[in-house]
Design a protein around this ligand. Structure first.
Ligand code: AMP
Length: 204
């Protein structure tokens, strides 16, 4: 076992951020990168899209409702989404850190999340913006739709999701930039390069 008693005192090095959000357009690679990053840090990756899809495949009441929005490329109503995230963040495994993927996605959700985290006595310490251009993400998502059969990965729905992202989610960038927690990472590089850049963006 390593003797940590002589290691650098925590006050000398900035701690790695552990309350995280990854944001970016559909197809930027958030899910892939979130899973890698969360595993490396030993924190849960919390993807609202994944939670909705799990509910859709189990045909729960929540799933039936969510599907009607997801298939059109629309956002599921905040009232439903916020409650779902509040429950998830209250679970034990999220106490020491978490990586949110795909939530918050609207300014109203930012406000709701701020409230939830304040109740838990904490706040986001880093927001990672994964940047990718529209043509690349459309190409990637069409390929993903053909491979996985994800019902919202058709060209028409993809274009609509990008439009909804631009309209409803890009305003979040300014908010988190204003709070000094935003870091931009180029999502067009290779998977390993993006992972390395994301990890670096958690320091300092
Ligand atoms: P994603 O897997 O993050 O691309 O999400 C897939 C779909 O799930 C989205 O197009 C929305 O319909 C829905 N969804 C996921 N996260 C949210 C959210 N935070 N707010 C509203 N809808 C969401």
């Amino acid at each position: 076992m390593t003797d940590t008693s002589t290691s650098t005192p925590a006050s000398d090095t900035a701690p790695t951020a552990r309350r995280l959000l990854i944001v970016g357009p559909p197809g930027a690679g958030k899910g892939t990168q979130a899973a890698r990053l969360a595993e490396g840090l030993g924190i849960p990756a919390i993807s609202t899209g994944d939670i909705f899809r799990a509910n859709v495949s189990q045909s729960t009441e929540l799933g039936v409702l969510a599907k009607s929005y997801m298939d059109k490329g629309e956002y599921v109503p905040d009232s439903v989404t916020n409650d779902m995230v509040r429950d998830r963040l209250a679970q034990d495994d999220a106490r020491e850190g978490f990586l949110l993927d795909g939530y918050p996605r609207t300014l109203a959700q930012v406000e709701a999340l701020d409230g939830m985290l304040a109740e838990l006595g904490t706040a986001l310490d880093r927001v990672l913006l994964l940047e990718a251009d529209d043509d690349t993400v459309v190409e990637r998502l069409i390929a993903r739709g053909q491979e996985s059969g994800r019902s919202d990965d058709t060209e028409e729905t993809i274009r609509h999701r990008l439009h909804v992202y631009a309209e409803q989610t890009t305003p979040l960038v300014e908010v988190y930039e204003g709070r000094g927690v935003l870091r931009r990472v180029d999502g067009m590089a290779s998977i390993d390069e993006v992972s390395a850049a994301l990890t670096a963006a958690l320091q300092g």
